[in-house]
Design a protein around this ligand. Structure first.
Ligand code: ATP
Ligand code: MG
Length: 202
């Protein structure tokens, strides 16, 4: 008897929820690419971006990935894309640069060279998805001109989606993005002394 009542209550609440979701789906009528910012101090930003890469590839969409990362940290994503997906344009800032020197001038030069790789892609309507991994740091350090970056992202082709990742995505960037998610650290294995794991962390 009690179970029956519980089931009925559950059904009612699910129906209510469904009506709400259906109404929202109905109300969303704009068809265009979206700009997504994944920020915050928890784990899950870049891996979420690569999840979208996989989704897009599943539909045969054209994808490119630009990584604004220092050094030459190899990642599973890079290995996979370079090995198996020669159709995905992949560019990493670190390659060929000596970051260990902490040379600010060289850092700025590398950031600008990498941004120069991204600009034509952000103007190319044949790309359905552009990932700008760890771009936020380039803005935070002022290695790139923020207003130019915001302009280029805002004026990309209508059907192109862009995903930006990195901690500390500022208010300027947040303002032009359609979707902003903050990944919050509750805990991280690293803080318990567990080593970064191949295939999970990189
Ligand atoms: P992921 O690539 O795993 O989705 P991320 O992009 O959210 O992580 P980054 O700041 O780019 O996070 O850091 C990448 C690396 O640092 C990964 O190995 C990740 O596990 C690790 N990391 C992420 N968040 C934390 C944290 N809060 N403390 C320690 N290490 C972290
Ligand atoms: Mg990341």
């Amino acid at each position: 008897m009690i179970e029956d009542r519980k089931n009925q209550k559950h059904k009612k609440s699910m129906e209510k929820q469904k009506a709400k979701v259906d109404a929202n789906i109905e109300a969303a009528s704009t068809e265009r690419g979206v700009a997504i910012l994944l920020t915050g101090n928890g784990k899950g930003k870049s891996s979420s971006a690569f999840g979208m890469v996989m989704r897009a590839l599943g539909y045969g969409h054209k994808v490119c990935v630009i990584q604004f990362i220092k050094g030459q940290q190899l990642s599973g994503e890079e290995l996979y894309l370079r090995d198996q997906r020669s159709d995905v344009y992949f560019y990493q800032m670190g390659t060929g640069f000596t970051w260990d020197t902490q040379d600010r001038t060289a850092d700025i030069e590398a950031a600008q060279k990498t941004w120069a790789e991204a600009v034509p892609l952000l103007g190319d309507a044949s790309y359905d998805l552009v990932v700008l991994d760890e771009l936020t740091y380039m803005l935070a350090y002022k290695y790139l001109d923020e207003s130019e970056v915001l302009n280029v992202i805002s004026n990309r082709p209508k059907n192109q989606s862009v995903v930006v990742t990195g901690r500390g995505g500022g208010s300027g960037l947040q303002g032009i993005m359609d979707t902003v998610s903050e990944v919050k650290e509750i805990k991280h294995a690293f803080k318990a002394g567990i080593k970064a794991r191949k295939g999970v962390d990189y």
